[in-house]
Ligand binder design. Sequence first.
Ligand SMILES: [Zn+2]
Length: 194
Amino acid sequence: MSSHEEVLEFLPWFVNGTLNEREQSMVNDHLQGCRECNEEVKVLLETSKLFHASPEPSPDLFGQARSEFLQQLQGRRERRANWARRWMIPATMAACLVVAVLIVSPVSRQEESFGTLGNSASSSGHVIQLVFQPDTPEKSIRSLVLGDQGHIISGPTAQGVYRLELPLDKDPQWVLERLRNHPDVQFAELEASP
Ligand SMILES: [Zn+2]
C-alpha cells in the first residue's frame, strides 16, 4: 500500500489525468479511505476549473496590439512620405522646414497671445505658416496673401517662413488646401491653435 504523502504528490496529475494506469489505480485505492486526499482532489478540481474558465492570456493578444501599433506607425510614416512626395521637397529641404517651424513656433505663439490682448479683434486666431518657392516674385506673394484677405504677421524668417493670419470668416482648412495646390507655395501648414 502506498503512503498518504506519496499519493498526495500524485494528486495534481491524477486531477489532470496524466497518471499512468498503475499510478491511477493506486490513487483511486487510496482515495477510498482517505478524507484528506479527497478534500485535496476537490480543491484541485476547483482550481483547474477556474483556470480553464478564465480567458487564456493568449500570446496573440500582445502580438495583435503590437502589430496594430506597428501599422499605425507605418501609416504615419507613409503619410509623411506622401506629403514630401506631394510637394516634391527633397529630404534635406524638408528637414530644414521642420527646423524652421520649430524655431518659429515658440516665438510666434507668444506674439499671437500679445496680439489677441491688443488690437486684432477680427482675427480668427488661425495662423498658417507658408514657404514660397525660392523664385516667387514679391507681387505673387502679395496677391496670394491678399487673395485670402489674410495678413502677414511675421516673416520671412531666415528659412523663408511667412506667418499668415486668417480673418474670422475664412475656413483655415480651405485656405490651406488652396495654398498647398498653388505652384508658388512650397509649404503651408496650420499652426496649432493656442
Ligand atoms: Zn491520503
